[in-house]
Design a protein around this ligand. Structure first.
Ligand SMILES: NC(=O)c1ccc[n+]([C@@H]2O[C@H](COP(=O)([O-])OP(=O)(O)OC[C@H]3O[C@@H](n4cnc5c(N)ncnc54)[C@H](OP(=O)(O)O)[C@@H]3O)[C@@H](O)[C@H]2O)c1
Length: 215
């Protein structure tokens, strides 16, 4: 995010302001995961996801008995996604996590290897049911790539354990620019508290690692 707490500018396009260090840090975290959750808004903005490409990280996964890539799990209520996005041509396993209405328009196979349905109404994904399904498929360690809407719904459900934030040296401003946690917001009294696990500065960027307290 920018130093003023925005994860993209007001045009809500893909955020590409992180340094190569930040990208390597993110790839490292992705490489530790069994599955990566990304919101439909993030996929629409970027068109792609971040896959593991560094030979050492691929080797590390192999030594740990893991498949080369974590599963990329797109979270979407509507499941309205353009099948021509480059994401669908990336060499990664792709799953869709949606509700029953969203699942109707996709068949398992070419675009998504697996379609998980967690929630039967037109509301939100039932996260507890979703995480139980993912665990049953052997996905224990999940990384959430964003954006702010998806992260907010997981936080509000009390399902985030840790938070990694990189503060990048720019200021974006704008009251419509997305932030790490969007959604409807929490009151100060209800806000989960964070415990700082690690902080590192490289050049002009600060890498923060927090444990998220339960609330
Ligand atoms: N700087 C960074 O590191 C970073 C990282 C990620 C994203 N971003 C930026 O963030 C912006 C996108 O964020 P965003 O908040 O608009 O989108 P988002 O969180 O990526 O995706 C929001 C969408 O995900 C689905 N979703 C989220 N929570 C859900 C729930 N509880 N149940 C069912 N579906 C749910 C919905 O999809 P449907 O609408 O399809 O139902 C919702 O519209 C972009 O500007 C992107 O560049 C920045």
């Amino acid at each position: 995010m920018s130093a003023d707490g925005k994860i993209a500018d007001v045009s809500r396009t893909a955020a590409r302001f992180g340094s190569p260090h930040d990208k390597a840090h993110l790839e490292h975290l992705v490489a530790e995961a069994d599955g990566v959750l990304l919101g439909a808004g993030t996929l629409r903005a970027y068109g792609t996801t971040l896959r593991v490409a560094t030979p050492e990280l691929l080797k590390q996964r192999q030594q740990q008995g893991k498949p080369p890539q974590p599963v990329q799990i797109v979270c979407s209520r509507s499941a309205m996604l353009d099948p021509r996005l480059p994401f669908f041509r990336q060499p990664v396993p792709r799953w869709l996590l949606t509700i029953s209405e969203g699942a109707r328009q996709w068949q398992e196979g070419e675009h998504f290897e697996r379609i998980l349905v967690a929630g039967t109404n037109s509301e939100a994904i039932d996260w507890v049911a979703a995480l139980q399904q993912l665990k049953a498929y052997g996905l224990n360690h999940l990384a959430v790539l964003g954006g702010g809407t998806l992260v907010a719904s997981l936080l509000e459900a009390g399902l985030l354990d840790e938070l990694h934030l990189t503060i990048c040296p720019l200021l974006l401003g704008g009251d419509r620019a997305p932030t790490p946690i969007d959604g409807s917001g929490l009151t100060t009294a209800l806000a989960p508290r964070l415990q700082l696990l690690n902080v590192r500065a490289i050049d002009d960027e600060v890498f923060l690692h927090y444990r998220v307290g339960k609330f």
